[in-house]
Structure formats: C-alpha cells, structure tokens
Design a protein around this ligand. Structure first.
Ligand SMILES: [Fe+2]
Length: 240
C-alpha cells in the first residue's frame, strides 16, 4: 500500500494521526443557528411532525462486555449508514429545500462520519494484521460475521420502514421537493459524495470498500434505459 504496510507501526501512526489531526471540535452550544423565514420554519415543522421525531430521555447505556467487538460492529453499521447519508445530504443541499445556512451547519457533522469510517476500516485492518497466522482467519471470520449481521439488520430496518400498508421501502419514500431522481442517479450521487468526502485524507489509508463496491456492481446490473422512477411523495398530500 504505497510504501506502508498494513498492520505496521507506521500504519497505526498514520491512521491514528490522521484521526487526531483532522478533528474539528463541534460544540452545539457554540453554533450560530440562523433566523429562519416563517416558510422555512414551517417546512421543518412539517418534517418533524411527519416523521414523529421526538427526543425522549434515555438511560446511560451499560458498558459493553466486549468493547472492541462492540466498537467494530457499530463502526461497520456506520459504514453502511454513512454511504447513503452522504448522498442524501447532498440531495437535500442541492434541492434548496432546506435553508443553506442550516445545511452548512450540519456539513461538518456529516464529514465527521467520513473520518469515523476511515478510522474504523484502518483499525480493523490493523487488528487483523496484528494477529498471528493461526488467529488471523478466526478474526477475519468473526469480522465477516459482524459485517453480515450489520447488513442484515440494515436490510431489516429498511424493509420495516415500508410498513403502514406501503409496499415501498423507506428509501424510496422521500419528499417530492427532493425532485425526480432515479435509483441509479441516487446511487451514483452516493458514490461520488463518498469519494469526495474521503478523498481529502492521506491516500495511503484504506477506504471503506464494501458498500461502494456492492453499489458499483449493482449499477452495472441496473439497466440504463429504465424509465425515470421518481421517488414517492409521501409528504406531498400532507402539505396540501
Ligand atoms: Fe460516527
């Protein structure tokens, strides 16, 4: 890998150093939230009401029994979430549906996820390389099981969002204001945003590849001539 060996001390210093150096403190109490026009405010209230977003008090979680594997499992879940979040965020930004002053505030949070998943895949590769030849396949198998578990959970969640009598999954039920976008265009946007957000870090580091590779493969199989399939407008009726 461009003069650096995965699992070496130099690799560890590189991915840890990149993580520390690229840290941008994000303090919610220091954010300057813009004054919003009544129209923009109404849109946000509509979304909150539509999706029933509420913040409930929750107890502090119990410390994990196995922090390393818990961290790896959560991290690979983030790899899946972040890939699509990058595309969705850009979609929201481009459509001018949300005030730019508001999306600008949240851009660093989205970028933070890129840092997290970059660290995660390098750390996992380092841990695997650190194992001896006997335990390395066991680590790889366990990691594969963790990733498969996350993929299954995400697929199950995506399917469950299509409930309430709808046959469509959550992913296809976005607001009409996001515009007409085909599944292909959305996936291509996710790919380009994923590349853009991860490009800024040291090229010697490993990039998350599972979801991007799967999506690239899916795009090859997806017919190009397919009629434009717009995302559903589940909120449109409510807005009327
Ligand atoms: Fe994260």
């Amino acid at each position: 890998m461009n003069g650096i060996r995965i699992g070496s001390e130099a690799h560890k210093e590189l991915f840890c150093g990149t993580f520390v150096d690229s840290h941008r403190p994000f303090r919610p109490e220091e954010i300057f939230f813009p004054e919003l026009e009544p129209e923009a405010l109404a849109i946000i209230q509509l979304l909150v009401r539509r999706y029933g977003i509420s913040i409930e008090a929750f107890d502090s979680p119990a410390p994990p029994k196995d922090p390393v594997w818990t961290f790896l499992s959560i991290g690979y879940g983030e790899c899946i979430d972040s890939f699509f979040a990058f595309g969705l965020f850009e979609l929201g930004r481009r459509c001018d549906y949300f005030p730019a002053a508001l999306t600008d505030i949240f851009d660093p949070i989205v970028q933070e996820e890129a840092r997290h998943i970059l660290f995660l895949v390098n750390w996992a590769a380092y841990l695997r390389a650190q194992r001896g030849w006997v335990t390395r396949p066991i680590f790889a198998l366990r990691l594969g099981a963790v990733i498969a578990g996350q993929l299954f959970e995400h697929a199950r969640h995506a399917a469950s969002f299509g409930g309430n009598g709808s046959e469509e999954g959550f992913e296809m039920a976005s607001h009409g204001a996001l515009g007409d976008i085909s599944a292909r265009e959305f996936l291509e946007l996710c790919l380009s945003e994923n590349d853009r957000r991860l490009r800024r870090y040291d090229e010697r580091l490993i990039r998350p590849s599972l979801v991007p590779c799967a999506v690239r493969m899916a795009l090859k199989l997806m017919p190009r001539h397919r009629a434009r399939q717009s995302m559903t407008t589940s909120l449109r009726a409510e807005k009327k």
